[in-house]
Every structure is written in structure tokens, then in C-alpha cells.
Design a protein around this ligand. Structure first.
Ligand code: HEM
Length: 365
């Protein structure tokens, strides 16, 4: 028997039982539109790749990380004692940041291509949930080394949910495991980071990817308006997949350069009794919401001082809800003026994010 015929026999044995042929047919069904803006289709795939890097490096860190009172010491050992521990830790932290960046680029590119329109609404909603979960991944992971910066940044960050009326303090206490950030908080954040979040994120991501496979990629409205004979597309399998893989290799190179040239730092061990050091600030992807809440709080201060923070949270939440519900406001190609307004809303959102992030960094003390 030749190797080829053995492979064929094994394939038909598995195919008969699992229906691989049908799966391959489903995988081959998807095509990707080809036009001037096709570049933006890579960003979902880049986010996916960086998430896989997160899982791989995260499992390696898990081998030596110890949550609780010993957290700082275990991260110190990983960084300074274990062979290549610093590189794995650096790759994990850098790819978390690159993933947030690529998810944001992906979100705005699908927004401007109007890929949230019918029948892709669930792609948009599941994507927003993935973004929210990715932010919680970032927030919970940031505390795990328990150095000075992560301790005080978490303390400040938890003041936001704590300001929500009635349920806020309950949520904050539940997350902290007490009135202050402590080793109990690390234990909880650890459970969230390595068990709860992956358990929710991975099935949701599978649903998100299945939807793209089912509906195919959306073409921007300028392409949709063209007659079918003038629109171009390419099969996803294998043509676009090869291009996706090339982008993954480029992303891996960028990650390797950043992680090795700028190794992720470990600060001093936290001291709950010490005053907060200067320059405490949230991660860059939380800077905009943090600053927006601060600014809205200031606008509403004065006579309404007590209500300032609450008003800020309400207005900010309203902005997110409007963003989430955009598929209902601008449902299809016939949306006309609403479609244009949605476009300006997107431009305004980018402007607001950039300006508030810049103000946030500018006013760090
Ligand atoms: C970790 C987070 C995410 C991952 C790994 C991910 C992954 C992907 C992938 C691989 C695709 C197909 C390729 C592409 O069109 O780029 C895709 C499509 C899509 N994603 Fe995401 N995504 C994430 C977050 C988001 C977010 C935050 C949104 C928006 C709120 C979103 C909305 C969409 C939509 C609407 C599509 C369909 C695009 C189309 O039809 O052209 N995704 N996603």
C-alpha cells in the first residue's frame, strides 16, 4: 500500500463518520469581495491570531504564576529567573495591547464598510460583546503581577463601577473581595482571567466566526451599488486564507520585535499603605472612557456636584448603547440620510476617542 492510498483510506474512514466533505464544502462556500478597501478585511483575522498568541503564552505563564499573596514573587521569578520567562511575559503583555488595537481597527473598519447592516446584525452585536470581554481580559490581567502600578491603577479603575448608583458599591466589593484591593482581589481576577472569561469568550468567538462564514464578508456600499457583473471577489479557501496567513506572519514579527526590544517591565512590589506614586493612569485603551467620565463629571459639577459622576456614567452608557444599536438605525442600502448620519457618528466617535486619550495623557500627574 502506498502512503497516498493509506491517507485516502484513513480520510474516507473519518469522512464516513464525521462528514468531513460537508465541512470542506461549507468552508469553500465563502468568498471575499475584492475592491480598494479589501485591506480592512485582514483586521478580524489579525485580532484572531493575537488572541491565539494570548492563549499560548498565557498557558505557559500559568505554569509558574501563583495567584494570591505570592503573586508578585512568582512574576518576579518568571521575569528574572526562568529561562525566557521574560520573553513569554513580554509577548503576552504586548500581544494583549496589539489585540486591543487591532480589535478597535477591525470594529471601525466594519463600521465604515457598514458590515453591521442586515443580515449581519448578530456579527456586530457579538463583536461588541467580544470587545467588552477583551477589555475585561485586559483589566483583570493588568492586576495579576501586583506591582505598584497595577495595584494603584486597579484601585482607581474600580472607582468607576463603584460610582454606579445602588449596585455600584456591591459590584466593586464583589470584585475586590473586600473594601480595598488586596490578595483576595488577585485571586478573583485570576479566576476571571483564566477560567470565566475564556469560557465565555471562546464560544462567542466561534459564533462570530461562524456568522462570517455563513454570510460572507460585506462589501462597502459603493461596491454593493454596482451591478453584479462589475463586482469582483475571490474564494476564501485557499486564496484569501493564504493572504491572511501572510498578515499573521507580519503580526508575529511586529510582536517579536516589540516584546524583545521593549521587554515588559515589572515595578516595585505594591504597598497598600504607601501613597499612590505619581503618574498612575489606566492602560491606553481605558484612557478615553476614563477621561470622558472625568470631563462629563466636571461639566455637571457645580450645583449638581453630587450628580456629576452619575450623569457622566449615564451619558457615556447612552453613547455605547447608541453605538450598539446602530444596525437598527441604519439597517440597509435604502437608509439614505440615516446612513450618512451614521457615518458622521463614526467619525465623531474616532475624534472623541483620540482627543480624550490625548487629554488623558497630557494631564497625567
Ligand atoms: C477579539 C475580538 C474579535 C475577533 C477575534 C474578531 C474576528 C473576526 C474575523 C476573523 C472576521 C472575518 C474577517 C473580517 O471581516 O475581518 C470578523 C468579521 C466581523 N466582525 Fe469581528 N472580531 C472581533 C471583534 C469584533 C468587534 C469588536 C466588532 C464590532 C463591534 C466586530 C464585528 C464584525 C463584523 C460585523 C464582521 C463581519 C464583517 C463582514 O461581513 O465583512 N468584530 N471578525
Amino acid at each position: 500500500m502506498t502512503t497516498k492510498s493509506i491517507a485516502n483510506t484513513v480520510y474516507s474512514w473519518v469522512d464516513e463518520r464525521l462528514g468531513l466533505g460537508e465541512l470542506a464544502k461549507f468552508a469553500r462556500k465563502k468568498t471575499v469581495p475584492v475592491h480598494k478597501q479589501s485591506f480592512w478585511y485582514y483586521w478580524g483575522g489579525i485580532s484572531l491570531f493575537l488572541f491565539l498568541v494570548q492563549c499560548f503564552t498565557g498557558v505557559l505563564l500559568l505554569v509558574y504564576y501563583r495567584p494570591g499573596a505570592d503573586a508578585y514573587e512568582s512574576v518576579r521569578q518568571i521575569t528574572f529567573t526562568m529561562h525566557f520567562g521574560w520573553l513569554i511575559r513580554s509577548a503576552h503583555a504586548w500581544s494583549a495591547n496589539l489585540m486591543m488595537l487591532s480589535v478597535l481597527v477591525h470594529m471601525f473598519s466594519v463600521f465604515f464598510m457598514k458590515a453591521y447592516r442586515s443580515p449581519r446584525e448578530f456579527g456586530w452585536f457579538s463583536g461588541m460583546m467580544l470587545l467588552a470581554l477583551a477589555s475585561v481580559f485586559g483589566f483583570s490581567g493588568y492586576l495579576l503581577p501586583m506591582d505598584e502600578l497595577s495595584f494603584f491603577a486597579t484601585k482607581v479603575g474600580l472607582e468607576i463601577p463603584a460610582a454606579i448608583p445602588v449596585i455600584g458599591p456591591i459590584i466593586a466589593n464583589l470584585l475586590r473581595g473586600g473594601p480595598d484591593v488586596s490578595e483576595f482581589t488577585v485571586q478573583r481576577f485570576f479566576a476571571l482571567h483564566v477560567v470565566v472569561l475564556p469560557a465565555v469568550f471562546i464560544p462567542l468567538l466561534a459564533f462570530h466566526l461562524w456568522l462570517v462564514q455563513k454570510h460572507g464578508n460585506a462589501a462597502p456600499p459603493s461596491e454593493e451599488a454596482k451591478p453584479a457583473s462589475q463586482r469582483k471577489s475571490m474564494p476564501f479557501m485557499p486564496n484569501f486564507l493564504v493572504k491572511d496567513l501572510a498578515m499573521w506572519i507580519i503580526s508575529l514579527n511586529v510582536l517579536a520585535l516589540l516584546a524583545s526590544i521593549f521587554p515588559w517591565q515589572l515595578g516595585k512590589q505594591y504597598d497598600a499603605l504607601a501613597p499612590a506614586p505619581l503618574g498612575i493612569h489606566p492602560e491606553w485603551y481605558f484612557m478615553a472612557p476614563f477621561e470622558m467620565l472625568k470631563l462629563l463629571g466636571l461639566v455637571f459639577s457645580g450645583k449638581l456636584a453630587a450628580l456629576g459622576e452619575i450623569a457622566g456614567i449615564l451619558i457615556f452608557t447612552l453613547g455605547i448603547v447608541l453605538w450598539l444599536l446602530i444596525p437598527f438605525y441604519d439597517p440597509n442600502l435604502e437608509s439614505g440620510r440615516r446612513g450618512r448620519r451614521a457615518h458622521y457618528f463614526g467619525l465623531f466617535a474616532i475624534f472623541a476617542l483620540l482627543v480624550t486619550t490625548a487629554i488623558g495623557y497630557w494631564t497625567i500627574r
